[in-house]
Design a protein around this ligand. Structure first.
Ligand code: NAD
Length: 355
């Protein structure tokens, strides 16, 4: 799989692989950068077709976590865990405990939480074997479900984009098309529906679609979501969905959603820019969850502080839009520059004090 070259290309510090045949666990933890603090990122469980696919996802997602925490002003690095398997059929207590043992071997260099395919209850099982978890239930002294703040942050990011495109940050009467209606999308939709926004969603899960219908959300077939005539297209399922094949189909002014790594390639961010579609960089507007989780590290969790910090995503998105306009660059590039500048500054300060 040429792992070391792949790591070197984007500055990954560490990749650890773990196999526990007895429980069926096959997993990878990628640590991208710990300049700002311990690597933090959720554990994803997904039936990857190949080990190479799982590794690629871990490398991409861990790098995105570095950028996310850096841009959000958090003292956390970027990491991600992936478990190869079907969360519906392969998840057992033994597998999750084995995962906890694996996380524990890294001694706190990596802190895990939930992601696609893992739930708060799964995290409690992982926690039986390691202290290095964040986002446990409030009743266990944790900061609780990350998707609540993630949804709030996405909503704030959408409003900042609306102010840029339409001159007012009110979303009333707008149409938002959501790809995926899981935890993050439904939390985002709560804010949108409160504002009388028309929400249209697609999902591959009947449970998710039932939840959508109960909330008053219109449902379309998964592949039709790209063609929906809307103001905002919100990818809230998996990554890579903004690509050469889908961009042509988009009928929106803004792309703003919760999924990580929405752009298949950096060129797709440039293409949106050329077409005058404002892209809200995913790691910038979906940072509410990590902001919330970070609020429980080293101090008692305070939901109000977490909310205030998440609401600042509005100003961060506005600042990225201003930079993008001034420099005539894509918003994705402007957000990368913001994160890279903070990482470079902290590295520079550390080097001065080391020499
Ligand atoms: P989730 O598993 O609750 O929801 C994902 C939904 O997408 C599911 O309902 C699933 O059925 C659906 N889906 C999968 N493939 C699809 C397809 N091809 N078309 C339509 N729907 C499809 O996960 P989540 O926690 O809501 O996370 C969603 C995205 O947001 C992920 O990319 C995740 O990494 C990202 N994210 C989550 C958080 C968080 O706090 N949970 C924070 C930041 C980013």
């Amino acid at each position: 799989m040429d792992v070391l070259n792949k790591m070197a290309n984007r500055g990954h510090e560490q990749v650890a692989m773990y196999s526990d045949p007895a429980s069926g666990l096959r997993g990878i933890i990628a640590i991208h950068d710990t300049t700002l603090g311990p690597a933090c990122g959720g554990t994803r469980m997904w039936p990857y077709a190949t080990e190479a696919d799982a590794l690629a996802d871990a490398l991409n997602l861990s790098q995105a976590m570095t950028y996310k925490s850096a841009a959000a002003g958090l003292n956390l690095g970027g990491g991600k865990g992936v478990i190869i398997g079907n969360p519906r059929t392969d998840k057992t207590e033994a597998l999750l405990r084995a995962w906890g043992r694996f996380v524990d071997t890294l001694g706190g260099r990596y802190l895990t939480t939930t992601d696609v395919g893992t739930t708060g209850r799964d995290l409690e099982t992982v926690h039986q074997e390691t202290e290095h978890v964040v986002g446990l239930d409030l009743t266990l002294g944790g900061s609780g479900d990350t998707s609540i703040m993630t949804g709030l942050g996405i909503y704030m990011g959408m409003r900042a984009c609306a102010a840029d495109v339409w001159g007012a940050d009110c979303l009333r009467g707008r149409t938002v098309a959501m790809q995926g209606f899981g935890k993050v999308a439904s939390r985002t939709a709560e804010h949108l529906l409160d504002d009388d926004v028309r929400v249209i969603a697609a999902d591959v899960s009947e449970t998710a679609l039932d939840r959508a219908r109960q909330m008053g959300v219109q449902v379309v077939a998964p592949d039709d979501i790209y063609d929906v005539d809307c103001d905002i297209f919100a990818p809230c399922a998996l990554g890579g969905v903004i690509n050469a094949k889908t961009i042509d189909r988009l009928r929106c002014r803004i792309v703003a959603g919760g999924a990580n790594n929405q752009l298949a390639t950096p060129e797709d961010g440039e293409e949106l820019h050329r077409r005058g579609i404002i892209y809200a960089p995913d790691f910038l507007i979906n940072a509410g969850g990590i902001i919330n989780a970070a609020a429980e590290i080293g101090q008692p969790y305070n939901p109000e502080r977490s909310r205030q910090q998440t609401e600042r995503i509005y100003e961060q998105m506005s600042a990225v839009l201003t930079t993008a306009h001034e420099k005539e660059i894509a918003t994705a590039r402007a957000a990368d520059m913001l994160a890279e500048a903070r990482l470079a500054e902290v590295r520079r300060v550390r080097q001065i004090w080391r020499s």
